[in-house]
Design a binder for this molecule. Structure first.
Ligand code: PHE
Length: 232
């Protein structure tokens, strides 16, 4: 009986050091991958990753960003309100105000913040009631528009291809002055005009500008000492 048992144990010996069979299931979501690529780029430039809240207060989403009560961007059409003072953030810019406030008036501030944003838009091929933005903010002494431009140029080439060019168009945001909208040369037609760039050769990717002195001041930074740029 004992011999039979020994025999059976010997036969059934398994090598527990053998590696298991691996199999792959799925792959990172394109959105996650894009966020990671962009984070990697900015981490390499010494930025930190900041987080905010998808449910925001009226103060951080609007007021602290120099958006007075009467501003059209506050229209009920654009914003999902939860109550009079709370809403689903319409952009990641409230993270600018929250981050600056937490730094108690001392720079440098160098952050990016990826996150979900919400707007009362009708969904179609190029609009959604919920989409993803990445906010960037740099505040320090002697930050200039050329710093913004250089950063965005590097960013465009890294993320959209080495041969990409950028174009800055004058624009308006209450929280930046001056403000610009930034386009990249179309990656499909290389600028000739096609269905992706609506025949213009350029694709709009972000809004940006120099942080408005009122925004710096409301968040506790002295606008005579500090300047900054932001993009989203
Ligand atoms: N928050 C703006 C938007 O959602 C983009 C932006 C961010 C513009 C930072 C300037 C500076 O349209």
């Amino acid at each position: 009986e004992e011999a039979a048992l020994e025999e059976k144990l010997r036969e059934e010996t398994i090598d527990v050091t053998l590696p298991g069979r691996t199999f792959s299931l799925g792959s990172p979501h394109p959105l996650s991958r894009t966020i990671e690529d962009i984070e990697d780029f900015f981490l390499g430039l010494g930025y930190e990753i900041a987080e905010g809240y998808e449910v925001e207060t009226d103060y951080y989403n609007f007021e602290a960003l120099n958006l007075p009560k009467s501003h059209p961007a506050r229209d009920m059409q654009d914003t999902f309100y939860i109550s009079e003072e709370t809403l689903l953030r319409t952009h990641t810019s409230p993270v600018q105000a929250r981050t600056m406030e937490s730094r108690k008036g001392r720079g440098p501030v160098k952050i990016i913040c990826p996150g979900k944003v919400y707007r009362r838009d009708s969904d179609d091929a190029t609009h959604s009631h919920q989409f993803t933005q990445i906010e960037g903010l740099v505040v320090d002494r002697n930050i200039r528009m050329s710093d913004l431009k250089g950063t965005l140029e590097l960013f465009a080439k890294e993320i959209f291809g080495a041969e990409r060019e950028i174009r800055l168009r004058p624009s308006y945001f209450p929280f930046t002055e001056p403000s610009v909208e930034v386009d990249i040369s179309c990656f499909k037609c290389k600028g000739a005009g096609c269905n992706v760039c609506k025949g213009t050769g350029w694709i709009e990717i972000l809004g940006a500008g120099m942080v408005h002195p009122n925004v710096l001041e409301m968040a506790g930074f002295d606008p005579d000492e500090y300047s900054g740029f932001a993009f989203g």
